[in-house]
Design a protein around this ligand. Sequence first.
Ligand SMILES: *Cc1c(COP(=O)(O)O)cnc(C)c1O
Length: 385
Amino acid sequence: MTNFYPAQYNKDGLLDIRHNYLQEQFKDSSEIFKLIEQVVRMGDFTLGSSVDQFEVNFANKIGTKYAVGVGSGTDAIFLTLKAININQNFIAKPEVITSPFTFYATIGAISTADYVPVFSDISLDDFNIDPNGIEDKITENTKVILPVHWAGRICRMTEIKNIANKYNLNVIEDACHAILASNDGIMAGNFGDAGCFSFHPLKNLNVWGDGGIVVTDSKELSENLKLLRNHGLIDRDTCSLFGYNSRLDTIQAVIANYLLQNRIDFITNARIKNSQIYDEGLGDLKYLRIPKRKPNLKEVFHLYTFLAEDRNNLAKYLIKNKVDAKIHYPKPMHLQPAAAKYGYGKGDFPMAEYASENIISLPVHEFVKADQINQIVDLINRFYS
Ligand SMILES: *Cc1c(COP(=O)(O)O)cnc(C)c1O
């Protein structure tokens, strides 16, 4: 099996308006190279001082007490699931209730953490888990609800937390799409026991490789996460529990810190502005169902995504016109080959299936210009006329 990424990036590169904008993102990296040079000179590679600084800065930015840097967004979820039940020996496998309409990593993390993913359908209003369906999925083995803030829109957390409190469950937010997203001014990562973020090159805050972080107000959870990410070591010669190697790389922490201080507000605001141009241009088209915006929700538009009639042909038409229309994602998690062992089938989550068949994403990142968006709006109008 060959690595499919280079071929995918080359293919995307042929389009005029793309989802992939990695070259533009770091056109001027001289400042970052200077900072990295200091790390290299000092040999401060493993859990270096930049990791500590970034953790403090990130927690301050989000508004939590603690932040623990880890190897990726996937590991952020995986390690949090491990840490939250660190001394428990469950007789039956513990269950996590989550969305079937997510990126593979959410379910991969649940599965490798040795929990069973239990899906609960989404709402087509926001593509997030529908709180009304959750209670039916709770069993004596349920331990965690893991909502995913899809595309950068926060889930209906008040309802989710009420259910969690009633049944004494933990809540872990998959906030990988949702850095700086908020509800009534409270940012993603503050609603659950912990929030998990990714710094993958295609996420809103994107480092030069992989990275992730967990935020929490629990001192105990943050300390357990620090142990688990670094072999369970209290000091060089004392291993308090056998853990993992999933530290946030010091060099990636340098980059993440730079982006947090210099770029993320700009990136977020540009995405919001771009989405408003789409909203205005496409809002009246009866062939589309665009999520209704809510004044109390700040969406950060990791994706600009909506339901479209004749979706497959629309996507083809846009790509033919050199616009990188993408499908996130054409198949929900319960219908993936990897999920066969959980015994789900077609028809189990009709809303997630409907979304997968009808959803489309348009480029919304900070390098897409207003006139390019208007071009895309014109193309879509032409397609339906
Ligand atoms: C990207 C992503 C992850 C995983 O993040 P990585 O840093 O790529 O491991 C988890 N959940 C969602 C919803 C994501 O989009």
